[in-house]
Design a protein around this ligand. Sequence first.
Ligand code: SAM
Ligand code: 2KA
Ligand code: SF4
Ligand code: MG
Length: 210
Amino acid sequence: MLSKEIQSEVEKGIMLPLMEEFYTIQGEGYHTGTAAYFIRVGGCDVGCHWCDVKESWNADLHPPTHVDEIVAHASLFSETVVVTGGEPLTWDMTALTTRLKAAHRKIHIETSGAYPLSGIWDWICLSPKKTKLPVQQVYDHAHELKMIIHNRHDFIFAEEQAEKVNDQAILFLQPEWSKKEEMTPLIVDYVMKNPKWRVSLQTHKYLNIP
Ligand SMILES: C[S@@+](CC[C@H](N)C(=O)[O-])C[C@H]1O[C@@H](n2cnc3c(N)ncnc32)[C@H](O)[C@@H]1O
Ligand SMILES: Nc1nc2[nH]cc(C(=O)O)c2c(=O)[nH]1
Ligand code: SF4
Ligand SMILES: [Mg+2]
């Protein structure tokens, strides 16, 4: 059990359940191929059956960590910090991002958009999920829309989500990893027929890096 004080710090976003942090290459989407420090915050109740980081879901398994400690580590490694999870917007991101900005970092988020936007972001990657659709505010502020393709119906869902996102957002289709042999050729074909979309692959998995 968390002590009352720690629980209150987590509720305020002064402490966050930290699952892992690692310096790597952004594997997906618009910034693919660029170095970044990843902060993976635990806690997610969106419930994607194909989620590649289910260990993140239960926030209680990840130690509440002071944001100052997270920022101190991040600042040692990279100009760019990617906040992911779990679902980072489960938590109030104000304290973490304010301190990262004070440390002159570029701050990116990977989010399903299921919860209200908190924090200051240089780049918002929105990856909507059918089980808990994004809130309007995240559609309005997203810089990229990254739709995961697990089956053929997901192309229809992708088009529906593209209608909802702001018209500056860059559109990506990314194969769900366990279905990539089947879905990647369909995505290639789809993008050639519908060139407003781009292909995104989980390149870090091909490179065998985190
Ligand atoms: C693990 S999620 C964490 C951030 C946030 N909860 C979200 O879903 O955007 C990070 C990214 O990985 C994608 N992702 C998760 N599981 C995947 C899988 N099996 N294949 C392809 N992409 C996946 C998500 O859609 C998201 O864009
Ligand atoms: N290298 C690398 N790139 C990524 N882009 C998004 C990731 C995520 O899990 O949010 C991820 C990840 O886990 N590793
Ligand atoms: S929203 Fe993100 S972290 Fe949550 S289950 Fe889906 S892919 Fe996994
Ligand atoms: Mg990942």
